[in-house]
Design a protein around this ligand. Structure first.
Ligand SMILES: CC(C)(COP(=O)(O)OP(=O)(O)OC[C@H]1O[C@@H](n2cnc3c(N)ncnc32)[C@H](O)[C@@H]1OP(=O)(O)O)[C@@H](O)C(=O)NCCC(=O)NCCS
Length: 159
């Protein structure tokens, strides 16, 4: 019982797809890309191009995080996806997933983690979540995703 974080596996897929669809943060194209990356992470395992970890809350796959080393860099990693099913939000799951992913990146000698998110007002909660976790807002690119939808780049130096 309780929270368990494990490398994502194909048996998590249906529940994680539901988390992506029901959190209302992602459009259909974004969900399709997220699932493609998740498939690749599951096929390659944690030491493939992408590493994905699922949070199991009382045996239910409630959310996941996906990271990967940034190509052509020595020790920089990207956080590609983080989602928690709305039913399980505000219970500390994303915080636990992020700590787990940061420890994993450190264990692979990664020294910084970068993420790109939206500057839209409805993403304010997500940006606050990352700020609370020690991520600094380093850039904002106007209309990056589409007109009126800026791209925000945040990063954290991992000691
Ligand atoms: C962002 C997200 C991953 C947070 O997941 P979570 O499991 O609810 O996060 P936690 O419970 O670990 O939250 C830790 C803290 O972050 C902050 N936080 C989290 N969600 C927040 C929100 N919607 N508004 C304001 N602050 C928020 C709070 O300080 C929270 O602590 P508190 O509940 O004691 O106030 C989740 O809301 C989500 O999946 N959103 C949709 C997808 C998304 O936006 N992903 C990230 C951008 S790509």
């Amino acid at each position: 019982m309780g929270l368990l974080i494990l490398p994502s596996s194909s048996s998590d897929l249906a529940a994680l797809k539901e988390a992506l669809e029901s959190c209302r943060a992602f459009n259909l194209e974004e969900i399709a890309v997220a699932l493609e990356i998740l498939d690749s992470a599951i096929a390659g395992g944690p030491d493939g191009d992408y590493a994905s970890f699922t949070a199991h809350q009382n045996h239910h796959p409630a959310g996941y995080i996906c990271v990967g080393q940034t190509p052509l860099t020595e020790s920089t990693w990207h956080l590609y996806w983080l989602v928690v099913h709305p039913h399980f939000q505000r219970q500390g799951l994303a915080t636990a997933l992020l700590s787990h992913a940061e420890a994993f990146v450190r264990s692979r000698l990664g020294r910084r983690l970068i993420l790109e998110t939206s500057g839209r007002p409805d993403y304010q909660g997500s940006r606050r979540f990352y700020q609370n976790a020690g991520y600094t807002h380093v850039a904002q690119i106007p209309d990056y995703y589409r007109d009126g939808d800026d791209g925000v780049i945040m990063y954290k130096q991992l000691s």
